[in-house]
Design a protein around this ligand. Structure first.
Ligand code: DGL
Length: 266
């Protein structure tokens, strides 16, 4: 379905239901500073996390079509919910396009937890997905995992509602059970929604000493690997380098996206 050839000079398309993908974009820009990016915030349809699968699938296809039509040489689905609902369909539709999705960092958490008690914060859509169930089924038996849906949290982050973010953050963290480094305590919390790393400072204040994991850097490494495999990394002379420019697109309020970009220093 790729009608135009993929070009090394093309941008990397990144999308999320809204602002959450900015946490992934930050890692991508750090790892691939010479690349151009096209970021699409589907804020007009956010949040995805409490919607039906078919809705998220249709949005993911429509947003991806828009990004591919703009000449993207790769696509990063910077949303756990959209990855769970749509990555398979996207791969079928664009078999030649380097495509990277995100999933909660459960495997790294298993390697890092000393207490063998971990928690996952994510949207209902992600946690109910077959993809997530498969991931959990592969975990070692000696591990205790607390799975915590965080209704309303991505929405509060989308709308910069500081008080609500703190209240919901504290509520969902305390629902994870005792946090700490003693026996039976949760020492590692997986941020399974790309919105949540944007409020890492809030979580760290509320649960000092606890390890919070996200997948931004792993996604950036995988994107680099796939581009390299297909010889699509920008490697032209510096004078023609794309220079790490980002184009911003939103299906919602463009002012909200620019505020977020400024707020999170992208
Ligand atoms: N940022 C998205 C994720 O990683 C979802 C947030 C939402 O739209 O509910 O799942």
């Amino acid at each position: 379905m790729n009608s135009t050839p993929l070009l090394a000079s093309g941008p990397i398309g990144v999308f999320d239901s809204g602002l959450g993908g900015l946490s992934v974009l930050r890692a991508l820009k750090a790892r691939l500073p010479a690349e151009n990016f096209l970021y699409f915030a589907d804020s007009g349809h956010a949040p995805y996390g409490e919607r039906a699968d078919h809705f998220v699938l249709a949005r993911a296809i429509s947003v991806s079509e828009a990004l591919v039509a703009q000449g993207c040489k790769a696509l990063v689905v910077a949303c756990n919910t959209a990855t769970a609902a749509a990555i398979r369909a996207l791969r079928q539709r664009w078999p030649m396009l380097p495509l990277v999705g995100v999933e909660p960092a459960l495997k790294p958490a298993v390697g890092l937890s000393q207490t063998r008690h971990i928690a996952v914060l994510a949207t209902r859509g992600t946690l109910q997905s077959e993809k997530f169930q498969t991931l959990v089924a592969q975990l070692p038996q000696d591990l205790t995992i607390k799975i915590q849906p965080c209704d309303g949290l991505a929405d509060a982050i989308e709308n910069f509602e500081a008080t609500k973010i703190r209240e919901l953050g504290a509520h969902y963290l305390s629902a994870c059970g005792p946090l700490g480094h003693g026996p039976g305590e949760v020492d590692t919390v997986v941020l399974g929604c790309t919105h949540y790393p944007l409020i890492l400072d809030v979580f760290e204040q509320q649960a000092p000493g606890i390890r919070f994991l996200d997948t931004g850097e792993a996604v950036a490494r995988q994107t680099e690997r796939l581009l390299n495999q297909q010889q699509l990394l920008w490697n032209g002379p510096p004078a023609q380098a794309p220079n790490g420019h980002t184009t911003w697109l939103s299906s919602g309020d463009p002012g909200q996206l620019s505020r977020a970009v400024a707020h999170w220093g992208l």
